[in-house]
Design a protein around this ligand. Structure first.
Ligand SMILES: [Cu+2]
Length: 98
């Protein structure tokens, strides 16, 4: 009885902690260096991207939604998230950095 209660407590702690860990590592810091509306591409000088084991660099990303490109301009500091879509690094969300 005591063991299963401890197990339950551990499980609950794990479940509660997990979304926070994900949320914290989610967004990447970056600065826009080029916006290409017609190709739906954007160049970003970005910080480290842990999930792709990537250091900071400037590189070109696809964007999932072209609307993202209308809200940013060269020089903007942003927070964004990236996924691999059909083998291409693709920006899925972007917001102004505070
Ligand atoms: Cu990169």
């Amino acid at each position: 009885m005591k063991l299963s209660r401890n197990l339950m407590a551990a499980l609950i702690a794990f479940i509660l902690a997990t979304p926070f860990a994900v949320a914290q590592s989610e967004l990447i810091a970056g600065e826009i260096t080029k916006v290409d509306q017609s190709a739906s591409k954007i160049s970003i000088r970005h910080g480290p991207i842990k999930k792709f084991d990537m250091d900071g660099m400037t590189m070109v990303f696809r964007v999932q939604d072209p609307e993202i490109l209308k809200k940013v301009k060269v020089g903007d500091k942003v927070k964004f998230d990236v996924d691999r879509v059909n083998g291409q690094y693709t920006v899925t969300t972007m917001q102004p950095a505070k």
